[in-house]
Design a protein around this ligand. Structure first.
Ligand SMILES: Cc1ncc(COP(=O)(O)O)c(C=O)c1O
Length: 413
């Protein structure tokens, strides 16, 4: 874990820009489009392009912070015996998945089949699909994916779905790997206890399925504010999954996988018995929603990981006192709350409620702004924001180092 210097949210807004420029006051910029940037990247001609030269809104990843986040996760998990299997739903970007695997993660999770197909087609083979596929077409496609890729694992939470998967696997001429999704809360999964055990036993008896273990994700636990409360509630709610897992183990069922957790519980789930890996997603980017929940060493700010994901936006209107308009509205930042934070400006309230415009209200600004100036924003919630962009720019010290296509963007089926 990186050392905490008791960053308050107010400090955070100012210090997030440290080491790089927080705003770009009017100067002649190139305004390179996404197409131009892709062409320059393909021709290896990115050298010297500044993030302020990008056409806006532009989605940027600060590489120093991103790499620090990869290291923090690896170092924190080292010695716990628990691995990471990051969730690809966060970034939808095979280039990032490859960096996570290179940093020691044991696989990548996928939320949607179309997303999994994109990852598989772009060199990611260790994929765990955490959502069940229930329609006949999707079941066939999932089994086709498994046929091409022996590391593909599918979640199941209903006996009928297990039988349907078995039939499709038989038709495809394979034995497919399956994990039982044990519910915490009511969103998805089979209830812990007898029903989950019965499903695991059924999977174990179906000749074209191979039981690999359990996944159990608590969506409601990740954003609980305050580390102590989060710790107690997470472990309390996870207890039934642990008990189910242990019963499965005692009855000789395969329990080689026991996967769960997310960024909010990455350092909590390893305290539960039997957990093999955490399905962290947002840790690479750290959005406003996550910063606000507080961490183990700083109850106000979750600063274990650094906010690496930003949107660069251009000021379009400055006529009206106490107000600025930008080119990043709901389609660039989504409607998620809290509103985006403007790096370098403590007193700005950003409203991304308008489709195409961002509106900033303020009483006091650190500097005066003109039309054409650029601001950098920490995003409210990373997953849906990433899904709005064709590509991300990987930035080091304000320079674009790489262009990362968000290849699974919009793959929500
Ligand atoms: C099944 C599953 N696993 C893990 C995650 C972890 O995501 P994060 O670390 O961004 O909270 C999610 C997020 O929604 C999820 O749905």
């Amino acid at each position: 874990m990186q050392p905490s210097s008791k960053v308050t949210r107010r400090n955070f807004l100012v210090t997030s820009g440290a080491g790089a420029t927080a705003v770009c006051l009017s100067r002649k910029t190139n305004g390179y489009t996404g197409t131009e940037m892709s062409a320059m990247a393909a021709a290896d001609k990115l050298t010297g392009v500044s993030k302020w030269d990008l056409d806006t809104p532009a989605l940027c990843v600060d590489l120093d912070k991103f790499e620090q986040n990869l290291r923090t996760l690896r170092n924190t998990l080292a010695g716990t015996g628990v691995a990471s299997r990051p969730h690809g739903k966060t970034h939808k970007c095979p280039a990032i998945a490859k960096l996570q695997l290179a940093s020691g993660s044991i696989g990548i999770c996928a939320a949607k089949l179309s997303e999994a197909e994109v990852f598989a087609a772009n060199g990611i083979d260790k994929i765990l699909m955490t959502t069940s596929n229930v329609s006949p077409a999707k079941i066939r496609r999932a089994m086709a994916l498994r046929k091409k890729n022996r590391h593909f694992i599918q979640a199941v939470d209903y006996p009928k779905n297990a039988r349907d998967l078995n039939d499709a696997a038989k038709e495809a001429g394979i034995v497919a790997d399956v994990v039982v999704d044990v519910a915490i809360g009511t969103r998805s999964g089979v209830p812990a206890g007898d029903q989950a055990i019965a499903l695991a036993e059924l999977v174990d008896t179906l000749p074209h399925l191979e039981l690999r273990g359990v996944i159990s994700y608590d969506g409601g636990a990740q954003h609980i504010k305050g580390f102590k409360t989060r710790l107690e509630q997470t472990l309390g709610r996870f207890a039934a999954s642990v008990e189910t897992f242990e019963r499965m183990k005692r009855s000789g069922l395969n329990t080689e996988i026991f996967s769960g957790g997310g960024t909010g519980t990455y350092n909590i789930l390893p305290k539960a018995a039997g957990v093999t890996d955490v399905q962290v997603g947002s840790y690479i980017f750290m959005d406003c929603q996550y910063v606000e929940i507080g961490g183990e060493s700083n109850d106000e700010v979750f600063d274990d990981f650094a906010s690496s994901l930003t949107v660069v936006t251009t000021v379009l209107n400055t006529y009206f006192p106490g107000s600025l308009t930008t080119d990043a509205g709901a389609k660039a930042l989504t409607l998620n709350k809290p509103g985006p934070w403007v790096i370098g400006e403590k007193g700005f309230a950003y409203n991304a409620g308008s489709d195409e415009f961002g509106v900033i209200r303020y009483e006091k600004a650190e500097r005066s702004y003109q039309v054409g100036d650029k601001l950098e924003l920490v995003v409210p919630h990373c997953d849906p924001v990433v899904n709005e962009y064709d590509q991300m720019y990987a930035i080091r010290k304000d320079r674009v180092e790489s262009v990362w296509p968000v290849l699974a963007r919009g793959r929500s089926q």
